[in-house]
Design a protein around this ligand. Structure first.
Ligand SMILES: [Zn+2]
Length: 194
């Protein structure tokens, strides 16, 4: 599925990163390296990786799958009193830093375990298990931006998601049926964020 939607520049605009985080060989950084990088990047933006933001990032990195804001909020039980707006703001902040991506068709968030990407990303989204995999979408996005430019369409946000069956490659082999699109839909109904 290809989707384009406009959204508020305040929350949706993916900014350019001042540093390249990813190694040419896509070496996976350690958890500590990722958290430190997020703290550094937050500081460069004049902000800080507060305890709640760090906790949300850890929750998403632990999950290794897209989580709805509702699921993230539920996982924050016991970490003081966290209101839904606080959780949403933490998620938006991590998205703005590039350490977390929104998987729009699942209305969910996925931590990028390689860290922020220097190129636009697309996602393969499994409709059965709800797992998502990032892929570089540089050429596709450039092509679409060029088409928009030619037609005088002012783009504020673009996302590219390809839905289908992971055929056991992502999460279907060990899918317990409790997470995935059905669970995500229930969470959307309960908690319409955007
Ligand atoms: Zn699957």
């Amino acid at each position: 599925m290809t989707r384009f939607r406009t959204r508020s520049p305040a929350t949706g605009k993916r900014r350019l990163h001042r540093r390249r985080w990813r190694q040419p060989d896509s070496k996976k950084p350690s958890r500590e390296e990722l958290l430190q990088a997020a703290a550094d990047e937050a500081q460069l933006s004049g902000k800080s990786l507060t305890a709640i933001r760090k906790h949300v990032l850890n929750v998403l990195l632990d999950a290794q799958r897209p989580m709805t804001a509702y699921e993230v909020l539920a996982s924050l039980d016991g970490v003081g009193s966290v209101s839904p707006p606080t959780a949403y703001r933490a998620l938006d902040f991590l998205v703005s830093l590039g350490f977390v991506s929104r998987v729009e068709s699942l209305n969910a968030y996925l931590a990028l375990d390689l860290g922020p990407s220097d190129v636009p990303l697309a996602f393969f989204v499994c409709e059965k298990c709800g797992q998502a995999q990032e892929i570089s979408a540089n050429d596709a996005i450039i092509s679409l931006m060029s088409a928009a430019d030619q037609q005088g369409f002012g783009v504020s946000h673009a996302s590219l998601e390809v839905r289908g069956d992971c055929r056991g490659k992502l999460g279907c082999d060990h899918w317990d049926g409790k997470t995935g699109p059905a669970a995500a839909s229930a969470a959307i109904d309960e908690h319409s964020h955007k």
